[in-house]
Design a protein around this ligand. Structure first.
Ligand SMILES: *[C@@H]1O[C@H](CO)[C@@H](O)[C@H](O)[C@H]1NC(C)=O
Ligand SMILES: *[C@@H]1O[C@H](CO)[C@@H](O)[C@H](O)[C@H]1NC(C)=O
Length: 449
């Protein structure tokens, strides 16, 4: 049996001046509006949200497929973020999971959030289950059918992921773990910009530089990325080894099986930085934009939350667009148009500081949740769920557990917001309850029953 804990929540204070508006880049806002329109007039019904519970409908599926380790269900009510299930401890640790929770907590402290509920699917890829099924799409204005296998089949439970292709119905969120948790996070790099800006453009080496693990993700392997000549784009992370070997005067872009790693903060010695997808979009791309070098980005079918606002040949140079070797021409062009390349490097840095910094990401999440909140056709409330653990208490648990205490700097949140958020106060009884649920390998509240 599942343990069901009811939390007595005393929210007897009025949140101090939480923000109710902010401005996003119009293209980023447009993307949110478009993606949250996926439900059409029917909107998000409660059976869609509850159907995520059916993902783990038997004990055998939990034991054999760890189905309770994928969906992290999140509910926001009266400005407080709650979790409707807890990820078993044996799967805790990665900042891909925890980073978004940390960022959501901060959003809830800075902005007045509307009531919403959604699922964060813990994987490099958005779930195949939320892919649109192209045959037999509904009449104009009606929601498109997805591959969702649970009743109501073909529906789209509200889900978020940090990258997607046009064929998937998830909503995009920042890759918050890489933005704020890791030692070489975007935020850390931005804070040390005075150092990374230290290499003057004229002193940078006019060479295309790239280092990465030699991952080849499926969308290259399956030929889903095509260049203008109609050919399948090869896996950039291995193919560029060959291009580099053929053009050592222009390009040093190798996987780590071939060449030694170079820390990100030292890559600003090069005028041209090469970015390629790994399993999915590269979280390094966000950081490259800060380096003051011209970023060259390999063609991909995957987007991140802000990609619509980035303009090719204004903020970065796209390659593998015309044909698989066009990076050679692109680098030669950059050398011959040094001032234009320098301006692009500057534009990228300005873009990143304005649209990817922490305040901009919090604004993004606020706007996303605000648009999403208009889609619900029932009252979103913890009173309708089996479990609602305040996120602040879950973060307290992470902050003291061996597996998670170093994943992200939690103390900066508690230091900043602890005094005004009673739910963030350390509470030994709650910590024990949360701990017991994390240790239960079968933990999975069934809201569909
Ligand atoms: C949210 O506010 C409403 C109205 O005041 C209240 O009925 C409800 O219990 C609150 N929910 C939580 C989880 O505190
Ligand atoms: C890259 O070079 C290696 C070694 O020369 C060769 O075996 C391989 O076929 C090349 N790959 C491509 C995609 O051209």
């Amino acid at each position: 049996m599942l343990s069901i804990v009811s939390w007595i929540v005393l929210v007897a204070f009025v949140a101090a001046d939480k923000l109710e508006t902010c401005d996003l880049h119009p293209k980023i806002e447009e993307r949110i509006v478009k993606d949250t329109a996926a439900w059409g007039d029917a909107g998000i019904t409660e059976d869609l949200v509850k159907s995520v519970s059916k993902h783990c409908d038997t004990e055998a599926r939990i034991r054999q497929h760890y189905c309770n380790c994928q969906p992290q269900r999140i509910l926001i009510e009266n400005g407080t973020v709650y979790l409707n299930n807890l990820i078993p401890r044996h799967r805790l640790g990665p900042h891909e999971h925890i980073g978004l929770l940390v960022e959501l907590y901060e959003v809830s402290q800075v902005y007045k959030l509307p009531n919403v509920e959604f699922t964060y699917w813990l994987d490099d890829h958005p779930p195949g289950e939320t892919n649109y099924v192209f045959s037999g799409s509904g009449p104009h204005g009606a929601p498109r059918a997805t591959a969702w296998p649970y009743e109501p089949r073909g529906g789209l439970p509200p889900m978020v992921a940090w990258s997607k292709s046009a064929d998937n119905g998830v909503l995009m969120v920042p890759y918050s773990g890489a933005f704020r948790c890791a030692k070489d996070s975007f935020d850390a790099l931005e804070a040390s910009l005075h150092q990374t800006a230290g290499v003057a453009w004229a002193d940078k080496l006019p060479l295309g530089f790239g280092r990465w693990n030699g991952f080849c993700t499926y969308y290259y392997g399956m030929g889903l990325v095509r260049s203008e000549d109609g050919q399948a784009v090869p896996c950039p992370r291995t193919y560029l080894n060959n291009v580099s070997a053929a053009h050592p005067d222009l390009l040093s872009a190798f996987d780590l099986g071939v060449a030694k790693p170079v820390p990100l903060a030292h890559q600003n010695r090069y005028k041209y930085i090469i970015s390629t997808d790994g399993w999915s979009i590269s979280s390094k791309f966000d950081k490259y934009l800060l380096l003051g070098s011209t970023v060259f980005k390999a063609a991909s079918i995957r987007d991140g939350f802000y990609y619509d606002a980035l303009e090719p040949n204004v903020h970065f140079v796209p390659f593998m667009v015309k044909h698989k070797d066009d990076i050679v021409e692109a680098l030669q062009w950059a050398r011959q148009h040094d001032e234009e390349a320098r301006r692009m490097a500057e534009a990228a840095r300005e873009f990143a500081r304005k649209h990817l910094s922490r305040p901009a990401r919090l604004c993004y999440l606020f706007r996303l949740l605000t648009h999403l909140s208009k889609q619900y056709r029932y009252p979103v409330s913890c009173s309708r769920r089996k479990l609602c653990v305040p996120l602040a208490q879950e973060l307290r648990y992470y902050a003291q557990d061996e597996k998670t205490k170093d994943t992200c700097p939690y103390d900066e949140l508690f230091d900043k917001y602890g005094a005004t958020d009673p739910l963030a106060a350390p509470d030994a009884d709650r910590l024990r309850e949360v701990s017991v649920m994390h240790l239960d390998p079968l933990h999975w509240p069934r809201d569909d029953l």
